[in-house]
Design a binder for this molecule. Structure first.
Ligand code: SF4
Length: 541
């Protein structure tokens, strides 16, 4: 069988291709982005005609995947953890409708918030939806779990959540591929009412989901992803989930692990295996990345039984990623792993690229607002969020995708005028459009700047759903034509842009200013690609 050296995200994508995937949907978000990108680059995926385009947001991606599953095909939907909040409505309801073709939802969590607003743990969502969850310890397991996930999904007609974390997504390892499976033929669900969540149907479906819980638990008890290993020193037993398993064994490369060990890779939890380690050992250490979900379950509400060690009692830090040294400390071992980080790669705060078009939008905005009190700019999530940093200090909020426009609206409704919203082109279509409609319906006095760099720059330059259509969308939503301005964010047009911003923040209604200039990184990439293409053509001639 062929071996490949792949990122965790790439292993997931390759496995999906090998397991008979017909379509994949996603909105870019670190650390999940490379999954769909890999399918888009894959020659094999093209030959197999696997559908792979970016969706406008995670909710539309989840719904599209559910539609493909309805049609009987295997599908995958990928997002970062906070994206699952956006997709939560169809995600939870998909557990009630069930699936037809296999459906895997990949949620990439970002403990330590390397590139995120929070650390939420997607295992909670899987538990909330009452569906099976898979959590790989390494790239090979990520590959194996996708194939197994499709199998479980089709066996029980249920979506399966694949939860990964940043290091697994972004580290590389050898994986062994299995033979390719054919794609499913289009076929309708056996139960024609299954996808109609009218109360009478939903109640039946929900009962069936509840009934299946025992079967999901049985699957976990026999799953090869959950296993118990005996150990000679039973004063302590260790329960370890996901990539924490690797961190544990980084500390035992030469030596045998002395304690009983329960590795969890599939949920709902295998309760018999948990009972067994709990009974066998004097105390239990739980190593899990994210929230102390398993630890909390073990402690219950009384916490007066055996000693449970983990994030909740401080044996392991309550927040952030785990690593081999944290695990060593929890086990009372010497911290020996890794070399000191050289200063050249240490602590490099992000900043707007030199010459980034956003700089010139912020320069004009700052100047236009200099006559007012501070704190008037409600921003959103993307490169432009870096405008919060010095020397710009241009924005005052960043909460979630789309919150800029609605927060500015709320503040303006409270009498805080002028209120300015700053949002990117991709974020605007992701979840800004509906907020703009609210503001238009209420005639809220806000100025919305849609910084149009023609790409989703922060995640690496994926296509933006809004390219070339922003003015039309704003007009269609009801912004008055004379209050939509497209400007060029560059020093040459500073005075002109400044005047437009000044005029519009004085307007007592909704106005939209679109500073439009392509991200310099995507421009540079296109030039490089063109050059490469030309060189290849010359060699061919
Ligand atoms: S990647 Fe593009 S949009 Fe982001 S900071 Fe750099 S130039 Fe600006």
């Amino acid at each position: 069988m062929e071996k490949m050296l792949l990122l965790g995200n790439e292993a997931i994508a390759q496995s999906a291709i090998d397991a008979g995937l017909s379509g994949i949907y996603a909105y870019p978000g670190t650390p999940s982005t490379e999954i769909l990108e890999y399918v888009q680059r894959s020659k094999e995926a093209r030959e197999k005609k696997i559908h792979s385009t970016w969706s406008t947001n995670e909710k539309t991606a989840m719904e599209s995947a559910l539609g493909m599953s309805y049609a009987g095909k295997r599908t995958m939907v990928c997002m970062k953890h906070v994206g699952l909040n956006v997709a939560a409505d169809p995600f939870i309801n998909a557990a009630i409708t069930g699936t037809n073709g296999g459906l895997i939802v990949v949620a990439a969590d970002d403990p330590s918030m390397h590139s995120s607003q929070n650390e939420q743990d997607s295992r909670f969502y899987g538990k909330f939806a009452m569906i099976p969850i898979l959590e790989p310890t390494n790239q090979q397991e990520a590959y194996d779990m996708v194939r197994y996930g499709f199998m479980i999904s089709e066996k029980y007609g249920i979506p399966v959540l694949l939860r990964i974390t940043t290091r697994l997504a972004h580290s590389r390892s050898g994986i062994t591929r299995y033979e390719s499976l054919p794609q499913n033929e289009v076929h309708l669900p056996g139960n024609p009412r299954q996808f109609i969540l009218l109360p009478a149907n939903a109640q039946k479906q929900y009962k069936s989901l509840l009934h299946n819980q025992a079967l999901f638990e049985e699957e976990s008890e026999i799953s090869s992803f959950n296993n118990y290993k005996e150990g000679r020193d039973k004063s302590l037993g260790v329960i370890v989930c996901g990539i924490a398993y690797n961190y544990l064994f980084e500390n035992f490369q030469e030596d045998e692990f002395p304690h009983p060990l329960l590795k969890i890779g599939q949920y709902p939890l295998p309760y018999n295996l948990i009972r067994r380690i709990y009974q066998d050992c004097g105390s239990i250490l739980v190593l899990e990345e994210g929230y102390p979900i398993l630890e909390e379950l073990l402690r219950g509400i009384l916490d007066n039984g055996k000693k449970i060690l983990g994030r909740m009692d401080g044996t392991v830090p309550r927040d952030g990623e785990l690593n081999p040294n944290i695990v060593a400390r929890a086990l009372g071992l010497k911290e020996e792993y890794g070399l000191p980080v050289p200063p050249v790669v240490k602590s490099r705060p992000p900043s707007l690229c030199k010459g980034c078009p956003h700089i010139y939008s912020y320069n004009a905005l700052n100047e236009a607002l200099s006559f007012y009190s501070k704190g008037r700019v409600f921003s959103d999530i993307g490169c432009y969020t870096l405008g919060a940093l010095e020397p710009y200090g241009a924005i005052n909020t960043c909460v979630d995708m789309g919150a800029s426009i609605t927060m500015a609206k709320g503040a303006a409704d409270a009498g805080f005028v002028p209120a300015v919203a700053v949002i990117g082109d991709s974020t605007f279509t992701h979840s800004g459009m509906t907020g703009l409609l609210d503001a238009i319906n209420d005639k809220s006095p806000i100025t919305v700047m849609i910084l149009d760099n023609a790409t989703t720059a922060m995640t690496g330059g994926q296509k933006s759903a809004a390219t070339g259509r922003l003015e039309d969308i704003c007009l269609g939503l009801g912004v008055e034509k004379e209050h939509i301005h497209v400007v060029n964010p560059s020093p040459k047009y500073h005075e002109e842009n400044l005047q437009i911003i000044k005029d519009e923040i004085n307007y007592q209604g909704v106005s939209v200013i679109i500073p439009r200039r392509e991200c310099i990184q995507t421009v540079a990439r296109k030039i490089r690609d063109d050059k490469k293409q030309k060189q290849q053509e010359e060699v061919m001639e």
